[in-house]
Design a protein around this ligand. Sequence first.
Ligand SMILES: [Mn+2]
Length: 327
Amino acid sequence: MSSSDQNTPRGPIDSSRIPRYAGPATFARLPRLDEVGTADIAVVGVPFDSGVSYRPGARFGGNAIREASRLLRPYNPAQDASPFALAQVADAGDIAANPFNINEAVETVEAAADDLLNSGARMMTLGGDHTIALPLLRSVAKKHGPVALLHFDAHLDTWDTYFGAEYTHGTPFRRAVEEGILDTEALSHVGTRGPLYGKQDLTDDEKMGFGIVTSADIYRRGADEVADQLRQRIGDRPLYISIDIDCLDPAHAPGTGTPEAGGMTSRELLEILRGLSSCNLVSADVVEVAPAYDHAEITAVAASHTAYELTTIMARQISAERAAGAK
Ligand SMILES: [Mn+2]
């Protein structure tokens, strides 16, 4: 029996009976996908970091986020929702991607994402480096057509190549625009800052259709106003949110591959996401957590809460769609 046939989704392990720190870590102590059959939201890891240009280590990010997610509780007061009761959320384990062949890894991620989406799930992907956003977007576009994109990142990630390589963590969104899988009327970078190679980087990026909300814009205008502006741009388009944890200041996310000073706080990121709760979020990723550079799980905790907010947005929509369909 598929979970969607059941009225009550199977939730996390009861932490009043089994302490949070006991047992293997699935995301938020949720059941594994193979324990529930199918899921409305599949939390899936992609332990791949062969596309990085500086510090490696994001291949360990997904499991670091899972460990840090032990402390997530079932009710989200900021969105007034219990996401794991509204929808079946399950941990789908990891996509095993070839660490020595980026092209093959990209194909593997796309095929595995196709399987999850075709099963009826939305994906909450835990990276891995940002290379993986391209195959994830390809898969999402096969299902929904070109999607709106909110890209939270210190960097543009619309560069052309590195050392001749097309598929890297600095190039996924240029490839995605070239492939026609993004809705170029609704593309935004959020949290951008730091030095570039030249002004042409910004010119090229704008030509691809991206708008930019810089980290300084968020500080000056505040999370609510930024979320309002983004929501207006997105409208009711199917939306994909890709969050590079380096959108946060290194004080809030030291454990990442290419840190830049002057970033937003984890509070600002979570508040912007909550302001997008009415958007049609079809899938999302959180990438670039590199736990070897982390301290006291600062980065992994921020990433786990980020994934929790994204999961809550999707669970609320699934529940609302189901209620509308039942009428
Ligand atoms: Mn990135």
